[in-house]
Design a binder for this molecule. Structure first.
Ligand SMILES: Cc1cc2nc3c(=O)[nH]c(=O)nc-3n(C[C@H](O)[C@H](O)[C@H](O)COP(=O)(O)OP(=O)(O)OC[C@H]3O[C@@H](n4cnc5c(N)ncnc54)[C@H](O)[C@@H]3O)c2cc1C
Length: 272
């Protein structure tokens, strides 16, 4: 028997969250597997305001309760995000699994979160006390470690509308579908007047959280791809030195080699 409260509106949900010790429950694709006895759930899947996908001048705003299938069918969602969620599991999981739920575990394997990292996405967190907007990398601190307070819910993911057009996404798994990824990579790249204005790369499923080294990326900003190419060998070495991988079913050395090959190919593709 599953105990829980069902909220029809976000306000109702926030009231319940403030008054009771509850675990938010969206699509349930992670929680069903966990099967935690004695827990009281707060069912969010009737709340239409959390399921909305909308746009404003700067962002595509994905409601935390939007499913992966919904995003795949929405032409406002950036293709990079679609490429990543299209490879999540099988249709039944994509029909139920949500963006908020993908963030909720703090797992380094969460495929939509990897894209949020390279997109410099922000999250809108809400409680009865108000709302806060946080950068995804300040929120997502490691397995089960989120900057989420007991009375808060994830309301929206704010994905920048521009700057994600030139990208690469790779998921290297044991099997393509139905595989929890072993190594996943995303990168975005922009130039203006021949100079690099943005380069963001991140790896999922290889460490306790998504790995991104912004300070290394910064060393390539303002350079032409040709100038950056001259620094490539040192860049890759510095990157490899920083990458501390957890042991998985596949050895850390193998996965690190895969990571460095993916990064090198990404740089080559953009003339570096
Ligand atoms: C067979 C299988 C294959 C899978 N393959 C993949 C895969 O390839 N890639 C991948 O990334 N994932 C995969 N998953 C994991 C899962 O489907 C995703 O993580 C999904 O996004 C979870 O969403 P959900 O709505 O079902 O979350 P739920 O199970 O409802 O919740 C997950 C967590 O998020 C919290 N939560 C949910 N909504 C909120 C909110 N609004 N505010 C605060 N906390 C919230 C919950 O409390 C819980 O801790 C797979 C799962 C299964 C069972």
């Amino acid at each position: 028997m599953v105990n829980g409260y069902t909220a029809a509106t976000l306000e109702e949900a926030l009231n319940i969250r403030a008054e009771h010790e509850v675990v938010p429950y969206a699509g349930g694709t992670d929680l069903m597997v966990e099967n935690r006895p004695g827990v009281t759930y707060l069912f969010l899947n009737k709340i239409s305001e959390l399921k909305r996908i909308s746009v404003d001048e700067k962002y595509v705003r994905i409601g935390s309760g939007a499913t992966f299938t919904q995003a795949l069918e929405d032409n406002r969602v950036p293709q990079l995000m679609k490429d990543a969620v299209a490879l999540i599991a099988a249709p039944a999981i994509r029909n139920a699994g949500t963006f908020g739920g993908n963030l909720g575990n703090g797992s380094a394997k969460a495929d939509s979160v990897l894209i949020e990292f390279v997109a410099d996405a922000k999250l809108r967190l809400v409680s009865l006390r108000g709302e806060r907007i946080v950068d995804v990398d300040r929120f997502y601190l490691g397995r089960k470690k989120l900057d989420l307070r007991d009375d808060e819910l994830i309301a929206e993911i704010l994905l920048p509308k521009t700057g994600l057009e030139q990208y690469d996404y790779q998921k290297v798994g044991g099997r393509n579908a139905l595989a929890i990824s072993r190594v996943s990579f995303a990168g975005v790249f922009s130039t203006q007047d021949g100079k690099i204005t943005n380069i963001a790369t991140a790896f999922g499923a290889v460490a306790d959280t998504v790995l991104r080294f912004k300070d290394l990326e910064d060393t390539l900003l303002g350079k032409t791809p040709e100038e950056a190419k001259a620094l490539k060998a040192q860049y890759l070495k510095s990157y490899a030195d920083r990458m501390v991988l957890t042991r998985g079913r596949v050895s850390a050395e193998y996965r690190k080699t895969v990571c460095m090959n993916l990064l090198s190919e990404f740089l080559t593709r953009f003339g570096i």
